[in-house]
Every structure is written in structure tokens, then in C-alpha cells.
Design a binder for this molecule. Structure first.
Ligand code: G3H
Ligand code: 13P
Ligand code: ZN
Length: 320
């Protein structure tokens, strides 16, 4: 089937109490690892491209890689989405250039300016059959292109006005997740009986209040990597240095997916799986230099990680 928008996916996910995985793609192996898992698990999927990905890989290469995945995975619906669109021009370039969904991230602007730029993107996108994600509230985090030094939770009292004035199709909110692999400082965490650091819980009270005010409306969570400690260890055991990398507990994401959260963004976990695997490979095979030899296990581990997310966290396996 051709690329689709997320409209029907989100409706089914909302009613079914699960979420769609939105995975960031930057190269062929990442696209393949994600979509092979989705095809095998019969899971709908959102492949998302950031400003940084377009700068790295080139818009046309990424669109063609995703179109190749559509051909290779005929049984699943695939959305091609712009992640954190910084302005109208970038959103327009993606709408004109084959994307079926865009995010306009006006969260760094004032409430009024956010409404203005988001409404402008919605008008253009809807006229071209493309859906739009907006954002209210900011996520703290360390990320190349989307750094917000200090995050602020979404104010539920603003969401109805934002959605009705902009016409967005989904809304990203800030309830305590953040971008990158260092989401929480150890001093913010408690230590459980197994000596594992447990981060502060997500603000489910805010999520529920937003959903009460926007019944049936799809909510998006950014910054939702769980930072698997096996991969952090793999990185650190093989020459890396990632002390105190901590993510969002997967059980909390599963709970959010049962509520109004229909899209869960995951990027850092894929990066960790790829980097850990490649570091280990080189440590074990210092004589090897064929990229296919180290990218193959990296792609395989991305695939297994995505399979785990689909089945155990998002609940969207079998929903294609
Ligand atoms: O939320 C941001 C994504 O992880 C994309 O990151 O800007 O480094 O491509 P990036
Ligand atoms: P992570 O850094 O937690 O993977 O978040 C990715 C994201 O929100 C992409 O928009
Ligand atoms: Zn994000």
C-alpha cells in the first residue's frame, strides 16, 4: 500500500488502547531494521525525519529509502513524518516533497506565535492531504537540533484553545519525558531494591486532564526512549563513556499507550543499539574493515529492539 497519513492509525490506536511507534530514520540500515520488524509483527509504523536527518542524508535519499520500505513491506501502513519541523518553510518543503505528516514545533515561541505558525502549516498541509502535529509545553533535553535547556510541562488549560484555533490533528505534550540518553540526573532518582535508579514518574495527572479536555484527540509523547541498560553497558564495556544514561521506564510508556497517547517517539534507543553493537564488533574484530560486516549486526539489533517495543511497550503488533 502507498504511504498513508496517521489519521486512521491514530483513531484505531485511540480506540484500541495502544500507540504507534514513531522511529527516527537517518540511513538505510535504520529504515530496514525498523520496517522489517514492523512487517514481521504486522505493526503500523511512523518513520520520522528530523531537520538534522535531512541535513545529514538529504531529503531525496530519505524519501526514496522510505519508498523502498513501502515496496518491501506491502502488508503494513507506513507514514513518512517530519519530526520537529522548525518553521513553515521546512514543513512546506516536506509537504511538497512526499511526506504524509509534518510536525511544526512552535513550542519555543509564545503561545500566540505558536498558534500563528501552527495554523499556517495546518492550512497548507490540509490543502495537500497532509496531517499536522503541534506541540505545547517544552521538553528538557540534550539533542542536536531540538535543545531546550529547561523544560516546562504542558498547561492543560491551554490545549482546547490551541487545538481549536490551529486545527492540528495531534498534539505533543510535555509530561516529564525529554530528548536524548540523559533524561534524568541520578539525584532526581530513587534506588530500588535491586540497586537500580528509578526516575520520577511521568505526570499522568497532566495527561489525563489534557485528555478530559480533548476527548478522542490523539496525544504524542516525544523523548520516550527507555535507554536500555544492556546497551549502555555494551557501549561502556567497549570503549564508550556514557555514565548515568537513564531513560523513561517502559511500563510507564505502556500505561500512556493505553490512555490517549497514540504516538510514541523513539530515537535514542536505536542510536544506542547501533553504537553499542558496532563498538562491540570492532572490539572483538579489530582487523575487520568491511562496513557490511559491522552494519549487519547493528541492523539486526535495531530490528529486535523495535520488535520488543512493538510487542511489549506500544501494543501495536498485529494491528496493521
Ligand atoms: O527529537 C529529536 C530526534 O531525536 C532527532 O534528533 O535532531 O539529532 O536528528 P536529531
Ligand atoms: P528520544 O531521544 O527519547 O529517543 O526521543 C526522540 C524524539 O522525541 C524524537 O522526536
Ligand atoms: Zn522529539
Amino acid at each position: 500500500m502507498p504511504l498513508v497519513t496517521s489519521a486512521e492509525m491514530f483513531k484505531k490506536a485511540y480506540d484500541g488502547g495502544y500507540a504507534i511507534g514513531a522511529f527516527n530514520v537517518n540511513n538505510m540500515e535504520i529504515v530496514q531494521g525498523i520496517t522489517e520488524a514492523c512487517q514481521e509483527e504486522k505493526a503500523p509504523v511512523i518513520l520520522q525525519v528530523s531537520k538534522g536527518a535531512r541535513a545529514y542524508a538529504n531529503h531525496n535519499y530519505l524519501v526514496k529509502l522510505v519508498e523502498a520500505a513501502v515496496i518491501c513491506c506491502p502488508d503494513i501502513p507506513i507514514v513518512l513524518h517530519l519530526d520537529h519541523g522548525p518553521d513553515f518553510e521546512t514543513c512546506k518543503a516536506c509537504i511538497d516533497g512526499g511526506f504524509t505528516s509534518v510536525m511544526i514545533d512552535g513550542s519555543a515561541h509564545s503561545f500566540e506565535e505558536n498558534i500563528e505558525v501552527t495554523r499556517k502549516v495546518v492550512e497548507y498541509a490540509h490543502a495537500h492531504g497532509v496531517v499536522v502535529e503541534g506541540e505545547l509545553g517544552t521538553l528538557a533535553g540534550i539533542e542536536d537540533e531540538v535543545s531546550h535547556a529547561v523544560g516546562s510541562y504542558t498547561r492543560p488549560e491551554e490545549v482546547e484553545e490551541f487545538v481549536s484555533k490551529t486545527g492540528v490533528d495531534s498534539l505533543a505534550i510535555a509530561i516529564g519525558t525529554s530528548h536524548g540518553a540523559y533524561k534524568f540526573k541520578p539525584e532526581q532518582c530513587t534506588v530500588n531494591e535491586n540497586g537500580i535508579l528509578v526516575p520520577p514518574p511521568l505526570r499522568f495527572d497532566i495527561l489525563k486532564e489534557v485528555s478530559r479536555r480533548l476527548p478522542g484527540f490523539p496525544i504524542v509523547l516525544h523523548g520516550s526512549s527507555s535507554v536500555p541498560q544492556d546497551y549502555v553497558k555494551m557501549v561502556n564495556d567497549n570503549g564508550g563513556k556514557m555514565p548515568n544514561a537513564i531513560g523513561v521506564p517502559e511500563e510507564q510508556l505502556r500505561e500512556a499507550a493505553k490512555l490517549s497517547v497514540c504516538k510514541i517517539n523513539i530515537d535514542s534507543d536505536l542510536r544506542l543499539a547501533m553504537t553499542g553493537t558496532i563498538r562491540k564488533f570492532f572490539n572483538e574484530h579489530p582487523d575487520k574493515f568491511d562496513p557490511r560486516e559491522y552494519l549487519k549486526p547493528a541492523r539486526a539489533n535495531i530490528k529486535e529492539l523495535v520488535r520488543h517495543k512493538l510487542v511489549d511497550v506500544l501494543g501495536c503488533a498485529g494491528k496493521a
